[in-house]
Design a protein around this ligand. Sequence first.
Ligand SMILES: [Ca+2]
Ligand SMILES: [Ca+2]
Ligand SMILES: [Ca+2]
Ligand SMILES: [Ca+2]
Length: 316
Amino acid sequence: MVRDVNDNSPQFTSPSRVTVSEASSVGSSVIQLTATDVDLDDAGRVTYSLVAGDASSAFAVSSTDGVVSTTRQLDRETKDRYELTLVATDFGTPKRSTSVVVTVDVADANDHAPVFSAPRYVATASEQTPVGSVVVNVSAADEDQGLNAEVRYDVISGDEFGTFFLDGYAGELSVRRALDRRWRSEYVLTVVARDLGTPPRSSTSTVVVSVVAATTPRRLTSPPVFPASPYVGHVVENQPAACHVTHVSALTIDDVTVTYALADRDVSGLFSINASTGHVTTAAILDRERSAIYTFNVIAVTSGAYISLSLSSLIL
Ligand SMILES: [Ca+2]
Ligand SMILES: [Ca+2]
Ligand SMILES: [Ca+2]
Ligand SMILES: [Ca+2]
């Protein structure tokens, strides 16, 4: 009779690579190891153990049937691959063993919703913003993978009249209709970011678009000038008002209205000026013995934002 000796090591016949979803419940079977040992009795009986590659203790192997199962929830976003070293050992004397490295790929599940880069986006548009202009760009990140992380954008409320267009791929919000502040000066849009997972996950954010008034470019007018300054007028004394003194005339290179005024308060009772014509007249009877010469200033004001003081003198 030939007594069997333990001269064979167990041989693995199970696959060395497996994929498991991160959504698998704890305790799920990942793979069943099979190792055969052609020896008889204990020398051919195999036990399994997990010896390396599982620092986070996420797996366990049944020593008797070789089923590898999860002992905690897997998370692809944390670790997407394990290289488990498993050993099959027989019960011979001495024991013989064989090791195998089983690669466990953790497949993504759609367990994350897209997250907007801001809970609220604030944008400003003008009544002059051309149709098609982008006023704000929204974006959301999704920690998943593949379609589970692919995000599309949409406006779900606040834009009943289709004033804006949100590019579903790029997240660019642009103006689709000319804005009119009198119609509406602020839009509060709810935008959604939805992934392409099954089922999809989504989250929302708010976009506030303020419509500001059309800003007419401020026209800077040139200062008016008195080309004939200084002016000299002659008045005969003791004449009742209003006597002609002189005519001042300011020039501007812009097509704007010029308004005239006396700049010196202390002659306002004695002289007056026609605001639109620049005609200077007396406002009182002048007495040469009190003063033979009056010198005062006239200003010319343009209708624009620009105000200029020009000097003009009247000597009597
Ligand atoms: Ca054996
Ligand atoms: Ca996860
Ligand atoms: Ca995931
Ligand atoms: Ca997702």
